[in-house]
Design a protein around this ligand. Structure first.
Ligand code: 5AD
Ligand code: SF4
Length: 436
């Protein structure tokens, strides 16, 4: 039997698309392996959001060269970096057989056949990032969590971001199709449904019907069964009262919201083309906290955007201090060719970015700890993920607020909801015992 391996970089959308690639390769008769040295086909599903991703991919390609020389492995590059680079990538690295954007992953079987026929040097499919991709089945790593793309592409053109250039314009998946998929996953006993899009709360803007993100959430919550709905990522500018109200009245929607702030200074937010001010963001957070008690917030933050001075950076620290995010994904600004920010004057030195990132991480770690401590002595409902990765003797699960909880219990509890009393709170995990 032939083996195939898939290596995934980047966001949840890529994770979802890798699950589809996995299913396609399985249907072709491949056995899926994590050991790339034994693989006859390897797909790197790539990201290009930050420069570091490209460097990582180049490093990996050096390893793959050795494997290909030994086994004649077929090497495919998919995802945003492949879409961005196109044929150039295959020219630069002759070991690559297939380059395709993720819109085209449905064509993997024919691409592999063509390469195997020996009549083609490379197969390049990087066109058509402007239609809805065909619906494909996925094989998720977790038996508990299924993800569903609800929009593809992005129309926002934040000035630092390459996504609109590689993923094309925003297209919404028809609501009936999404509801159908949610029902299917709930029937298959998935307990967590993750809705995906670059800007989920502009869902429906391109549809001719009145459907929008609030109505979509409302309809999903009407589906029978015990499950949680999560979504990434909403844009603060589109986070309307209708969405907040639907979340507030539906416990099926997780009490953890990822709301990327990106920066604290209104000047920088304007340069980023984010279309909100520091004050507007803080007001949004205040409203959400009042209407959805106990909600946990997470965010993305970029430091060192062009023209960010010390005062601007202090605004970012101030937002982090005021909002108290459970988790923040923090990045140094990385210039992406073709974006508006890459052409701006006032690019900062790497040292300044590094120093700011360190100060931000220090503050955020303190805040993450504060968000954990409040759970001491509380009883929380936990979805059991299964044995903990670090210690198989104990179970690991997550609350609706997405806090990791560690406790002892029967492995059979995997995939069920249990009540756990929290006895100890550390920054990234809570420890407790099951109570009935
Ligand atoms: N530099 C640094 N971080 C970036 N992100 C997007 N583009 C860049 C860039 N050029 C971050 C944003 C986004 C997250 C997915 O990646 O914070 O929300
Ligand atoms: Fe990029 Fe902004 Fe679109 Fe997010 S909303 S994908 S940061 S352009």
């Amino acid at each position: 039997m032939k083996n195939a391996a898939i290596l995934t970089y980047g966001c949840q959308m890529n994770v979802n698309e890798s699950a589809k690639i996995k299913k396609i390769l399985k249907n072709m008769g491949y056995n899926i392996t994590e050991d790339i040295s034994k693989a006859d086909a390897i797909f790197l599903n790539t990201c290009t959001v930050r420069e570091g991703a490209a460097i990582q991919i180049y490093g990996k390609l050096a390893d793959l060269k050795i494997i290909k020389e030994k086994r004649g492995t077929i090497i495919g590059i998919t995802g945003c970096f492949a879409q961005e680079q196109g044929e150039e990538l295959a020219k630069k690295f002759p070991i690559i057989d297939i380059v395709m954007g993720n819109q085209n992953i449905g064509k993997i079987p024919s691409a592999i056949e063509k390469i195997e026929s020996g009549d083609f040097k490379h197969i390049i499919y990087t066109g058509e990032e402007d239609e809805l991709p065909p619906r494909l089945d996925a094989e998720f790593d977790s038996k508990r969590t299924a993800s569903i793309p609800i929009t593809y592409g992005c129309n926002n053109f934040c000035t630092y971001c390459i996504v609109p250039y590689v993923r094309g314009r925003e297209r919404s998946v028809p609501m009936a199709q999404i509801l159908d998929e949610v029902k299917g996953f709930v029937e298959k006993d998935y307990k967590e449904i993750m809705l995906l899009g670059q800007n989920v709360n502009s869902y429906g803007n391109d549809l001719k019907t009145k459907e929008n993100f609030a109505t979509l959430l409302e309809e999903i919550c009407k589906i029978e069964g015990e499950f949680l709905v999560r979504f990434v990522s909403p844009h603060p500018k589109d986070f309307g009262d209708d969405v907040i109200d639907v979340i507030a009245k539906n416990e099926k929607i997780a009490r953890s919201l990822h709301i990327p702030v990106q920066a604290g200074s209104t000047k920088i937010l304007e340069l980023m083309n984010r279309k909100y001010t520091k004050e507007k963001y803080l007001k949004l957070v205040e409203k959400i906290k009042i209407k959805i008690p106990g909600v946990a917030l997470t965010t993305d933050i970029i430091v060192g955007f062009p023209n960010e001075n010390e005062e601007d950076f202090l605004d970012t620290l101030d937002i982090v201090d005021k909002v108290k995010f459970d988790i923040a994904f923090m990045f140094m600004y990385s210039s992406r060719k073709g974006t508006a920010a890459a052409k701006m004057d006032g690019q900062l030195d790497q040292e300044v970015k590094k120093e700011r990132l360190k100060r931000l991480i220090d503050l955020q770690n303190q805040k993450s700890k504060e968000t954990s401590i409040v759970y001491e002595g509380k009883i929380v409902r936990v979805l059991v993920d299964g044995p903990s990765k670090k210690n198989k003797e104990v179970l690991s699960g997550r609350t609706s607020t997405n806090k990791v909880v560690i406790f002892t219990g029967d492995k059979e509890l995997e995939g069920t909801f249990v009540n756990v009393k929290i006895n100890e709170c550390r920054t990234w995990s809570l420890y407790g015992e099951i109570i009935n």
